[in-house]
Each structure stands twice: as C-alpha cells, then as structure tokens.
Design a protein around this ligand. Structure first.
Ligand code: ADP
Length: 441
C-alpha cells in the first residue's frame, strides 16, 4: 500500500477511536456511557453510508465532477483515486478519438479508392470519398450493401470468391473512362480492404514505351539488311587486307540484327494478352529441332542428349514455344565450354502437367543473380554474353512466352557445376501425342 493511503487509513481509524473515547467519556459524565457509545457508533455508520453513496454517485455520473477536497481520510483518498482514474480514462479516450479521426481523414484524402468490406457477408462497411467518383459507390445507400452488387458493372464475383488469394485485377471503370487496378487486402480475420487505383496513365505510358521500342526496332531492320548486303559484297571483292575489318563489321551487324529481332519478339509477346493461335504442338519434332539447333550452334563440340520421357504434346503456339525453348538451348550452348554436356528433357510433372528441362554442365550462376536473370539486359557477365552472341533478352523472352501459356520458369544452378532451366506447364496444356507427329527430318 502506498505511504499516503496508509496514512489516510491510520487517520480514519484514529478519528473513529477518538470519537468513541469522547462519546464514552461524555456519556459517563451524563451517567449513560453505553447509550452515548451506541449513538456515536450509529452516527459513524450513517456517515460511512453517506460517503459510500457519494462514491457510487461519482462512479455512475457521466459528467465531469470536481476533484474532492477536505480532510485526507480514507474515503477522500478513494474519491481522489477514482477522480484520477476517470481523468486518465477520459484523456486516453480523447487521444484515441483524435487518432481515429486523423486516420479516417488520411484514408479519405488518399488518391486511391479504399473500401472496407466485411469478409463473410462481403458487405461494404466504409469507403472514402474517391470511392464515389471512381467506383460509383453512394453514401449512405452502399453502406451495408453487398460489394459485388454495389460494383455491379464490374465483373467481380469470381474474383471476390478467390478471396485472400485474389491476384490484382485490371478492369475498366464503371463509366468506362479509365482502367482500374483492384487489390484485395485481408487486414484482419473479419475485414478486407479493397483498394482501387486508376492506372490509365501508367498503361498509356507503358504502351507508348513498347510501341516506341517496336517501331524503332522495325525501322532498323531495313538499314541493317542493306548493310549486310554491302558487307557480303565487300567480303567477296578479293582484298585480303580488309578481311579482318569486314569480318568484324559483319559480326557486329549480325549482333544488331539479332538484337532487333529479339526486341521485336519481346514487344510482340508483351503486348499480347493471350495467344492468337493455339494448336497442338508436336513435341517429338520440337525436341528434334532443338537438338539440331544445339549441335549447329555449338559446332558439334558439345555432347547433346534428348530425353523424351513424357510422350505427350503441348497445346499452345508453336512459334512462341519454340522461341522460348531455343533461347534456353542457345544459352546452354553459349554458357557451356566445348566438351560439356547438355540435356534437353521432357517429362511429366506430379500435378499432371509437363516439364521441359534444359540442363547443362556449364559455368553455372551464383545464387545472388538468379532472381534477376529474367530481367531485360541483365547479364552475369556482360563480356561473356556479348562474346558468345547474346543480346541479354533471351530469358525475358522465355518468361513472357511461358506466361502466355500460363507456364513458369524455374532455375537451379551451381557455379562450376552447371544449370538447369525448367519450363512448367499445367495439365490444361497437355495433349496425348498424335501418332503421325514424328520427328522432323
Ligand atoms: P544472354 O543473351 O546474355 O544469354 P539471357 O537473358 O538469355 O541473355 O540470359 C541472361 C544471363 O543469364 C546471361 O547473360 C548469363 O549470364 C546467364 N545465363 C543464362 N543461361 C545460362 C546458362 N545456361 N548457364 C550460365 N549462365 C546463364
């Protein structure tokens, strides 16, 4: 017990004792000591009840009461403690209210639409101001209404059903004037946050960028073809002194032509939302083509092996798939010294899908580089990539081509041991191999 409370307690007991002593003495003088003592005790009890009543009144009062004054007895100390606790609770409540108001003001001022949704019923609990103009929500009608119904022009039902696993969704705004990116963020067990962002400008910038790259690449094609032609003519003009220079120019212009072709391929893959033509791709023929390409590219210096264990075909675009696989094979050849081994394998995956693997016993890649390999122009060794005729775009093309087939690329590698690049395709892309699809000759 704190010192001051202890003192107040002693003071109260001392006052009680003094009162009883005075009452007893006074009563004895008047000849009625017991009656006087009983009266005094009754008075003390009545006073205590009155204090108890005051404390209860203070506890139940909703308004702010002044701090107690007067003697520092036990009841007054209790009063003072209650007053202090009430004061602290009130100021904590005010602080929390202020914080809540500030958070609401911040959420209301966000440039993105924010909607708080009750998870189970998927009803709208709150939305900020911009939710009205961007998503067409209306106050107070939309509060408590099912979200899918409030945003009815948008195709949200299936997306909302996937809940916490929902990928960001790109949709046209309800009035059709802009493109929105919607994100569902579960931020507690029972609440979701729907955040909608206007990405019209971003998409238009992205389109301008990819159109620019595609146009420049396209425009470069003709001058490069002309240059090739003249260089080939000069190669035949019988002046041996100029041969090394012409060879170097031919090599560089070939690199430029390859870069242009890769850029065009990449921008075509990037701008496509889905594959234009899908067909059964005969994989036996594909594997054979890849093997022949690997032999030709490595001038027969590597040990090339094809392992076709899956015995199935793929459903998709032969051109895009060939582009992806041949980039992997070309990488394996270019990043593996002569005499090294390269295996191109096709096998079934545990989930019913198919894996196409290109494994080499080449230089390998340090783990730190692996997450960035599919970025455009990312190279572990720029000089080795250039020397071997690389453009730095191969794996970016692979990633996009697989993405269009709902596939993905995984990379396992160890420096000095080799690398394995695996293309994963889901069961929906697998078809039984047709009998007439033998290897190309
Ligand atoms: P590049 O044209 O330079 O090969 P890619 O996008 O195809 O460009 O590959 C990016 C980088 O990844 C390469 O520069 C190389 O450093 C590394 N890489 C790709 N494939 C292999 C491989 N099979 N073995 C070792 N490194 C590789």
């Amino acid at each position: 017990m704190p010192e001051d409370i202890h003192k107040a307690w002693l003071r109260t007991v001392a006052v009680l004792a003094l009162l009883l002593v005075f009452a007893g003495l006074g009563g004895a003088v008047l000849g009625h000591p017991w009656e006087a003592l009983a009266l005094a005790a009754l008075a003390v009890i009545a006073w205590h009840y009155w204090r108890l009543h005051r404390i209860l009144a203070r506890l139940t009062a909703r308004r702010r009461l002044p701090p107690p004054d007067g003697s520092r007895g036990a009841w007054n100390e209790l009063d003072r403690l209650l007053h202090r606790t009430q004061d602290e609770t009130r100021s904590r409540k005010n602080r929390l209210l202020e914080m809540l108001r500030a958070y609401r003001a911040a959420a209301a001022a966000l440039p993105d639409a924010v909607v708080v949704v009750e998870r189970n019923s998927q009803r709208v609990l709150w939305f900020n101001e911009i939710g009205t103009s961007m998503l067409g929500l209306r106050y107070p009608e939309s509060i408590g209404a099912p979200l899918a119904e409030c945003l009815r022009p948008l195709p949200l039902a299936r997306w909302l059903a996937s809940g916490r696993h929902a990928e960001p969704l790109e949709v046209a705004s309800p009035d059709g004037s802009s493109t929105l990116s919607l994100k569902l963020i579960p931020y507690s067990d029972s609440l979701w946050l729907l955040v909608a962002r206007d990405i019209t400008r971003l998409l238009s910038l992205e389109r301008t960028r990819s159109d620019f790259v595609a146009n420049v690449s396209h425009e470069l094609r003709t001058p490069l073809t002309v240059l090739h032609g003249y260089l080939d003519l000069m190669d035949d003009d019988g002046q041996p002194g100029r041969q090394p220079m012409i060879r170097e120019m031919q090599q560089q212009s070939r690199r430029m032509a390859q870069l242009v072709e890769d850029l065009l391929m990449l921008s075509r893959l990037e701008s496509a939302d889905q594959l234009a033509n899908e067909d059964q791709v005969p994989m036996a023929a594909m594997l054979d083509t890849l093997r022949r390409e690997a032999v030709a590219l490595g001038h027969g210096r590597h040990r090339i092996r094809v392992e076709d264990q899956a015995g199935v075909d793929l459903w998709g675009s032969a051109r895009e798939l060939h582009s992806a696989f041949s980039n992997l094979v070309s990488n394996a050849v270019r990043h593996t010294a002569g005499e090294g081994g390269i295996t191109i394998g096709l096998r079934r995956a545990g989930d019913g899908g198919v894996l196409l693997e290109v494994a080499d016993s080449g230089y390998g890649i340090a783990p730190a580089h692996l997450p960035r390999l599919t970025e455009r122009f990312y190279r572990v060794s720029a000089s080795r990539s250039r020397e071997s005729g690389g453009t730095g775009l191969g794996l970016a093309i692979v990633k996009h081509a697989l993405h269009l087939h709902q596939g993905r690329l995984t990379i396992a590698s160890e420096v000095g041991v080799g690398s394995t690049f695996t293309c994963h395709f889901g069961p929906a892309r697998v078809r039984p191999r047709s009998a007439d699809a033998g290897p190309e000759r």
